[in-house]
Design a protein around this ligand. Structure first.
Ligand code: PGA
Length: 238
């Protein structure tokens, strides 16, 4: 069973790189690979209008209501987005999102016809004390894995730090996550690696059999670097 590689750009709280809108930009759909951009809400419409496969960085599980500052999955879907990030570690950290909130988001996304890209991953302290698998298992087991979702394994200590696990350590975790997925979806669910991916290290991660692409933060803001990461995925996975 082959899984189409996926490279997702998480632009976080940064403006969309203007080059993304160029006709030949690497953020555009291309053959043999899927790409997604996750801009801020303010840039979502421009990305959609430019024909970029676009997702929101967060969606509230309720469809409407008294939640100042939030945008619902229902609204995100209506805008024309197809994807939404759920449970990114920065949301878990900055907004106190718990596993149960992440599940509510993922379920709401699915109910609304959005494809959730759900982030999991341990902290440095959890890896140091060898609890990383236990933590990731807790985060993964509660997810709606009977539905088609994408999981992004992002060790918190690798995000924005320039430090990464070895490709073998990442593969070990990806294989473990895959073993937790119900059999009917095990071979078709994509599991992305995220955390300090660069043009230099991307290929060695993508060479691992259970790593189906990447969720790219900082490097995705640099169009040439993003292009190189996309190319690394095309070359290693074809
Ligand atoms: P990074 O971020 O690539 O800048 O480490 C990844 C992420 O947070 O999704």
């Amino acid at each position: 069973m082959t899984r189409t590689p996926l490279i997702a750009a998480n632009w976080k709280m940064n403006p969309a790189p203007p080059e993304a809108f160029n006709p030949d930009s690497a953020y555009r759909p291309q053959s043999g690979i899927e790409t997604i951009v996750f801009p801020t809400f303010l840039d979502v419409r421009a990305c959609l209008e430019a024909g970029l496969p676009t997702g929101a960085q967060y969606g509230h599980p309720d469809s409407t209501g008294a939640h100042t500052g939030d945008v619902s999955m229902t609204m995100i879907k209506k805008t024309g987005c197809q994807f939404v990030l759920c449970g990114h570690s920065e949301r878990r950290r900055d907004h106190g999102e718990k596993d149960s909130d992440v599940v509510a988001q993922a379920e709401s996304a699915l109910r609304n016809g959005l494809h959730p890209v759900i982030c999991v991953g341990e902290t440095a302290a959890e890896r140091k004390t060898k609890r990383h698998k236990q933590v990731v298992e807790r985060q993964v087991r509660v997810l709606p894995l009977r539905e088609m979702v994408t999981i992004a394994y992002e060790p918190v200590w690798a995000i924005g730090t320039g430090v990464t696990p070895t490709p073998e350590q990442a593969q070990d975790m990806h294989a473990f996550i895959r073993s937790l997925i119900p059999e009917a979806r095990r071979e078709t669910t994509r599991i992305l690696y995220g955390g300090s991916l660069t043009a230099e290290n991307a290929a060695e991660f993508f060479e691992q059999p259970d790593i189906d692409g990447g969720l790219v933060g900082g490097a995705s803001l640099k169009p040439d670097v993003f292009r190189a990461i996309v190319l690394a995925a095309v070359q290693t996975k074809s």
